[in-house]
Design a protein around this ligand. Structure first.
Ligand SMILES: [Zn+2]
Length: 350
């Protein structure tokens, strides 16, 4: 019964949110350029494509959908399709693996560095306890004001996922890998830092409908096409840089639940916590504001890379200011600005 209620809340809020996002998402799509397929943009570009995980079917039961599809298999299928598409447009493609084997994380980054890749894309698919959840999450390494190229690529890729993979307005997350690995970020992105790159989780294989779609060749093809269009769109832009990492090391970690801990009943309330926090934050009494703060904090802890997490941190900063905790507020403001890019600015802010 409780699960049904959570699901209902999720569906209701998703529906409301989609109505909000529609206009801004379409505006984004119209103002963003996706080049035609005969573009020469990718000639002489070296692109490292990293299909996440591999070779762990016997030992890892976490990365598997309810109907047996495994993340590492999906990642590889999409990567091989993307390789073909990129090569057809003149790019040189380096795969970190082309079969179902385990390659160490350090080796994956080293391959990109040794081959002097112009771009790195680590292909993943996501898992969570709430089977209704399905949206894309894209991570860049470090801070927004330093990893300009990673953020630019992430933005281009998010829009391409919406247009070519989901084919409808969707909420999405674009955030620093420090949000889920608080002390150092992700190994692949950290060890290849300097090369523009992102780690992308296009969708959730723990959503049974999505798992069925991910088994289909045409759906994998659409995802690979979205990656291609995102990559082309990125290279079409004025090129931005990757500055030395500094800021992210100075922002105190925000403790979050590990993936395996997010299955508990409180963690599953990440979206209703956020919505309840929003309501309470509009009141003016101290008790309501404190409760709102705790709800935003719990949502951001329960599902740190959700599409409402950016707004939770933003609201926490505002509430800390109201509560006259200026040092803590300044930290939260810095975290919000440097670790989160509101991919759909109007989404969930009303
Ligand atoms: Zn993964």
């Amino acid at each position: 019964m409780k699960n049904c209620l959570v699901l209902l809340l999720f569906l209701m809020s998703s529906f409301c949110c989609l109505a909000h996002v529609h206009t801004s998402a379409l505006t984004d799509l119209h103002s963003h350029s996706f080049p035609s397929s005969d573009s020469l943009l990718l000639h002489n570009k070296t692109i490292c494509v990293d299909p996440g995980h591999g070779g762990t079917a016997a030992t890892d039961h976490y990365r598997q959908g309810i109907n047996g599809e495994r993340e590492e298999w999906i990642n590889l299928r999409v990567a091989l399709l993307l390789k073909k598409k990129l090569e057809a447009r003149g790019a040189k493609v380096i795969l970190t693996r082309d079969t179902d084997i385990l390659v160490k994380l350090e080796e994956r980054a080293a391959i990109a560095v040794q081959q002097k890749a112009d771009l790195l894309i680590s292909i993943h698919h996501n898992a969570t306890a709430d089977t209704a959840v399905n949206f894309p999450i894209i991570y860049f390494h470090g801070a927004v004001s330093e990893n300009l190229a990673g953020v630019a690529f992430g933005e281009a890729l998010g829009l391409a996922f919406e247009k070519y993979f989901y084919r409808r307005p969707i909420p999405r997350s674009l955030l620093s890998d420090y949000v889920i690995f608080p002390s150092k970020g992700s190994s692949v992105l950290r060890n290849s830092y300097g090369i523009p790159g992102v780690l992308a989780e296009a969708s959730f294989f723990t959503n049974p409908g999505e798992e069925q779609r991910l088994k289909q060749a045409a759906y994998n093809e659409a995802e690979a096409q979205a990656y291609l269009m995102g990559i082309q769109s990125y290279f079409l832009q004025k090129q931005t840089e990757v500055r030395p990492e500094n800021i992210s090391l100075k922002i105190p970690p925000f403790p979050v639940l590990e993936e395996a801990q997010r299955t508990n009943s409180i963690a599953r309330n990440w979206l209703s916590d956020y919505n309840e926090g929003k309501k309470l934050s509009l009141k003016n009494d101290t008790l309501s504001l404190r409760s709102a703060f705790e709800l935003f904090k719990r949502s951001a802890t329960s599902f740190p890379d959700s599409y409402v997490s950016a707004y939770c941190h933003e609201q926490m900063a505002i509430l800390l200011r109201k509560m006259k905790k200026s040092d803590a507020a300044a930290t939260e403001e810095r975290r919000t600005a440097e670790f989160f890019v509101p991919a759909t600015p109007k989404y969930n802010t009303k």
